[in-house]
Each structure stands twice: as C-alpha cells, then as structure tokens.
Design a protein around this ligand. Structure first.
Ligand code: GTQ
Length: 287
C-alpha cells in the first residue's frame, strides 16, 4: 500500500541508476496481487500496459474500466486519471512502458494523486472499443488530446488480423506481418509519443537487417527465436523482453510462428522531424 505501485524496473546496465531501458524509454514489470488496488493518479507521462500473465484484474482510465488478458495493449494517455485492481485470485503481471524520460528532458512533468483510491466511472466497461473499434466514430466526438479514445486493444483481435494477413500476403522482409496500433480518429499512433506495433514472424522467418533512429522495447507473446542486435545475439521465448537502441542493426529469426509486441519513441521522433530508417539488403549495406 505504501509503494502505490509494485514495479520491477528493467534497467539497461549501460544506463546504471537511471531507471531506463533505453535513453528515452522506461520499462518495468508491475505485479498486482489478488485484492490489491493501485490507487488513482495522473501524470503527464503517458503509459502503456502490455499484459504478460493473469486474469480478473482491471484498469480504469478516464472514467472507463477494462478487464485485462495476456497480450492486451492498454493505453493510459497523458494526464488522465487511472487506477488498477485485481479482483480475482491470482496475481497479474504486466509490462509498463512510459515516456517519462522524454517528458523529463523537457522539464514538463506534473503528477497528481487522487483523493480516492478509485476514480469515478463515467461510462460502461469497454465502451471505447465498442464505440471506436469498428471503423465508426460517434459523430459528435471531440478529441480531448491526440491520444486514442480506445483504452484496450485486445490480443484476440490483433492475433486474428495477423493470421488473416499471413493467409494471403507475403511477410515483409524486414518486419514480418506487422500491425500498428492507431488512434482511429486521426490515423496517428495510439499514443502521441509511443509507437506500438504487433508483428507475426512465421516459422522459419529470417528478417533482412534493419536500423532506425528509434529506441525499441520488444516483448514476446508467443513463439521463440533469436535476434541479433548490433554485436549481441539474444535467444528469446515467450514473455522475454529485449531492446534495440537507436541506429543499431537488428535482425530477427523465428523458430516457430512468433508474435512480438513492441513500443518505441518513433511517434515522438516523427513529430519532431527526427525519424530516419534504413532497410538493408545485407548486413554490410550502408555501413
Ligand atoms: O503508470 O503510474 O511502472 O508512474 C512507474 C511509474 C508505472 C504509472 C510505473 C508510474 C507508473
């Protein structure tokens, strides 16, 4: 209760003592035990939750609640009230991705604790997905910010779309079959500073080498494989988390059909005119 949030910070050993997975990105694993509440607060940093395991826990964001399941991508836009609770009987763990280091760079950070543990609900559970998640938007909708109105992008839908693509398209040579999570009102990324994607790399897929100015956190939902990030090689399996820093060459191979979620600072870089990428044919191109 004293800690408010129980988070294991994933700190890059090259950035000791800074709570950074990458220069611009925070990553942490949060656990919420049966009966616990992570009390309501709001901050300028936007956050995403990517559910790793468990069930029967909810996030409430800006007056709406959603139950979470593994693989779901839950948004917490900048400066909206949010709280979490576990109403089941097993722990839930999710990956927290925050853009706080970008906000802090500009000294633009504010935060506020709510007076009550849970903030007030204003809409039925999951109404944002129902109202915005079918290529229709309420005609009167006035965006409050650049963030998506949808608070939960369920894994079941992402997986359905990925396998539909796989059934009739060739995988992109660099990314496999890849989806962007978007704000359906603007077509921009779901969160204005964090770019979120889900990719399916079919069994036996070996990507061509890719580099970009973005810093990316990857987490494996299903499957196994190996990635070369610069000079390091990482074997990965379900629930593993690894990163690719800016401009380091990345290549990915999957041993079986593998589904990987990622978030990066690309959305912020695009807005600042910084984003640059190179799709190479071979490791030695463009060196
Ligand atoms: O969403 O409130 O993992 O403020 C670390 C700091 C989550 C959050 C973290 C935070 C949060």
């Amino acid at each position: 209760a004293e800690a408010e949030r129980r988070v294991m910070v994933l700190e890059n050993p090259a950035l000791k003592g800074q709570s950074r997975a990458l220069d611009s990105l925070f990553a942490g694993l949060q656990i919420i035990l049966p009966g616990e509440i992570a009390p309501a607060h709001r901050h300028v940093a936007s956050a995403l939750r990517f559910i790793v395991e468990g069930k029967d826990a909810y996030t409430a964001v800006d007056g709406e609640r959603t139950m979470m399941l593994p693989g779901d991508f839950v948004t917490t836009p900048s400066w909206v009230w949010h709280d979490h609770a576990n109403i089941g009987n097993e722990p839930m763990i999710w990956l927290d991705g925050l853009d706080m280091h970008m906000v802090n760079l500009f000294n633009a950070s504010f935060r506020e604790e709510a007076q009550t543990q849970s903030h007030e609900l204003e809409r039925p559970d999951d109404s944002s997905l129902i109202e915005f998640g079918y290529s229709m938007v309420p005609a009167h909708y006035q965006p409050k910010s650049g963030s998506s109105p949808i608070i939960n992008y369920p894994y079941a839908r992402a997986k359905e779309v990925l396998y539909s693509l796989k059934s009739h398209e060739r995988a992109d040579a660099w990314n496999g079959h890849m989806l962007k999570y978007i704000n359906p009102v603007t077509g921009d990324w779901a969160l204005p500073r964090l770019a979120t994607c889900m990719r399916l790399m079919p069994a036996g897929f070996a990507s061509k080498p890719y580099r970009s100015t973005e810093s990316t956190v990857f987490t494996v939902v299903e499957g196994s494989g190996v990635s070369r990030i610069g000079d390091s090689e990482f074997s990965w399996g379900e629930k593993d988390i690894f990163v690719a820093p800016s401009w380091v060459l990345q290549e990915h191979q999957s041993h079986q059909d593998s589904i990987i979620f990622s978030y990066s600072d690309r959305a912020a870089q695009e807005k600042l005119g910084l984003f640059r990428e190179v799709r190479q044919e071979a490791t030695t191109d463009g060196v």
